[in-house]
Design a binder for this molecule. Structure first.
Ligand code: IMP
Length: 205
């Protein structure tokens, strides 16, 4: 089965490719091989946005699509930046400015607990939909550290770790991440639909 990854974010794409590399019977495509329109993330939750993206891209391309929406929730900021994580400091999206704003908002704040949340949605051209959630708890550090990952990774220290997500080797981030946990919840559905046969005997997709 061909599975189109419904993101144009290169950081996410690289992680998703690794996370899905060992799903049997699934051939991954990205927007580089099969371009699709940008989808406006007008939902008020990660789940709504993941669903919006999966539906729009699967309708546009007639392919099975895996889309996800994720972001950072900081306890002392009442869950912000949440669904606004990418645009926290305004548009155009600027990661360095987002991280600087987050540190400014947390200046002098002792409670630095935070979590990454991801929702992944698999949508098939026949309209079937599957979804899964993943969470990674941790805290926001005092200054950016590390070169790996993307987004808020240089500021996020996972629970039980001393290093930020940007300091951890990618295999280690991928072993514990919110995205990994969300994708793992879709693995059974993916393997099942990848091996379905159409009534005529060919592959369904
Ligand atoms: P979206 O899911 O593309 O709407 O944007 C998610 C935004 O949340 C990204 O632009 C990042 O700022 C942030 N984010 C989501 N997942 C991660 C992650 O794994 N590491 C760091 N930042 C993330």
């Amino acid at each position: 089965m061909i599975l189109l990854l419904g993101t144009q974010n290169e950081g996410k794409l690289a992680e998703l490719r690794e996370l899905l590399a060992r799903v049997r019977g699934v051939e991954l495509l990205s927007f580089h091989e099969r371009p699709f329109s940008l989808v406006e993330e007008s939902g008020t939750t990660f789940f709504e946005n993941a669903l919006l993206k999966a539906r729009a891209i699967s309708r546009e391309t007639s392919l099975p699509v895996l889309a996800e929406d994720a972001g950072l929730e900081v306890v002392s900021l009442g869950g912000a930046p949440g669904v606004l994580s990418a645009r926290f400091s305004g548009l155009p999206v600027d990661t360095t400015r987002n991280n600087a704003l987050l540190l400014a908002r947390l200046a002098g704040v002792n409670d630095r607990r935070a979590r990454f949340v991801a929702y992944a949605v698999l949508r098939l051209p026949d309209g079937r939909e599957f979804s899964s959630k993943g969470v990674l708890s941790g805290r926001i550090g005092e200054s950016p550290r590390g070169e790996g990952g993307f987004g808020y990774d240089p500021l996020f220290v996972p629970e039980g770790q001393a290093l930020t997500l940007a300091e951890l080797p990618r295999p280690e981030k991928n072993r514990i991440s919110h995205r990994r946990r969300a994708i793992d919840g879709l693995r059974d559905a993916l393997e099942r639909v990848a091996h379905e046969e159409s009534p005529a005997g060919g592959r369904v997709f």
